[in-house]
Design a protein around this ligand. Structure first.
Ligand code: FES
Length: 109
């Protein structure tokens, strides 16, 4: 798997989303502290607008979601599945952090 470093871990505020680029692809990264690090394609599948990083993270039935700021659909932080509409899945992106920083799986171009 190829990894692209996007930032240092200190650049991610805990509990909020941050927008980043993986090459030309907009990515939303969520640092939930001890609950983990998550990344989805930042584009809202309903509108094509890059705004999921600005969504509210919430827990529903023990699962973590981001609530799209525009139409309020909930996207699962791990699978990208939309709670309200199975045709609107967000694309999950593999993310990891180590001492050097935060990494996304895939090529930066
Ligand atoms: S933001 Fe929590 S339910 Fe939508």
């Amino acid at each position: 798997m190829n990894w692209t470093q996007v930032c240092e871990k200190e650049a991610l505020p805990e509990g909020a989303g941050v927008a980043a680029w993986l090459g030309s692809r907009p990515v939303a990264i969520f640092n939930l502290g001890h609950r983990g690090l998550y990344a989805l394609d930042n584009r809202c599948p309903a509108t094509g607008v890059s705004l999921l990083a600005r969504g509210q993270v919430c827990e529903l039935a023990g699962e973590l979601y981001v609530c799209s700021p525009l139409y309020k659909q909930h996207f699962h932080l791990t699978t990208g599945e939309c709670l309200e509409d199975t045709e609107l899945n967000a694309i999950p992106i593999v993310v990891k952090a180590d001492a050097a920083g935060v990494w996304l799986a895939g090529e930066g171009a």
